[in-house]
Design a binder for this molecule. Sequence first.
Ligand code: A3P
Length: 304
Amino acid sequence: MSVGPKKMEFSRGELFDFHGVAMVEQFTKNWEKVQDFQARPDDILIATYPKAGTTWVSLILDLLHFGQTAPERQTSIPIHLRVPFLESTLLSKDGGLNVGTDVAENLTTSPRLIKTHCPVQFVPKSFWEQNCKIVYMARNAKDSMVSFFHFERMTMTQPDPGDWNSYFHRFMEGKIVVFGSWYDHVNNWWKKTQTYSELHYMFYEDMIEDTGREIDKLCSFLGLTPSAKEKKQIMYGVQFDNMKKNDMTNYSTVITMDLNISPFMRKGKVGDWKNHFTVAQNEEFVEDYKKKMKDHTLQFRTEI
Ligand code: A3P
């Protein structure tokens, strides 16, 4: 059975070095406009390394801000248009170009919720100048790697991930995966928490463990006080199974993704790496991880 709209032929992006970070043209084509993007003080930036649960946090923030005042958004506007992907340029259903900066500039909501996968050094300077709130979600490297591998298999504009073993090595190497090294990304954003107070650093594993607790922390960071009823509605809407069924959050409207190869809402678990890593790969990974992750104040859980 096929899922979603008719798929078109796409050429998979070619990776190249972009200021020291591996990128594909989809994310650099509009670079000048991305760098010149004018953030507003109440903009909220959602930043992640790919596959850390960006869509999950995006939906939570959208529901927290607009779930009561504009509930129709939930059933009429796909999440990637409610929370535009700043540096992305994507073909839309009608063959037109969907440019992240344009979608963000055309948002009529306040606050504007904006998503980025940029390493911290690439974030447009206006977000810092305007002292915008930033939510960074991180996920452990092993599950991020597995999730990214399946995502690249089904996303026709991303480089072909090749076989699992070669992908495993490329991910650890960090030079030939889109948005660069997971290790640099999570570490450099973590360092930023020391100098930028409007940054809330959260973990996918904590969200899986206790979504309600993490939403409470988010609310206190954002200065929001949802009612108990509202929180219950949000908790329900953002459950994995409900997001998977929901065409506004499961990416079935995005023609560059072939959900028959692998669904966007794939497993949503901590520890799926165990179904992919061989014993030898795990040993190699752990050795390499120790060398790369020297800051022991940043700790990830690979199982809960
Ligand atoms: P898996 O591929 O491991 O299933 P992103 O939005 O950053 O691209 O992240 C996608 C990953 O987050 C996918 O991981 C997806 O299943 C997971 N995810 C999305 N919504 C989730 C939810 N409500 N609960 C748990 N995991 C979720």
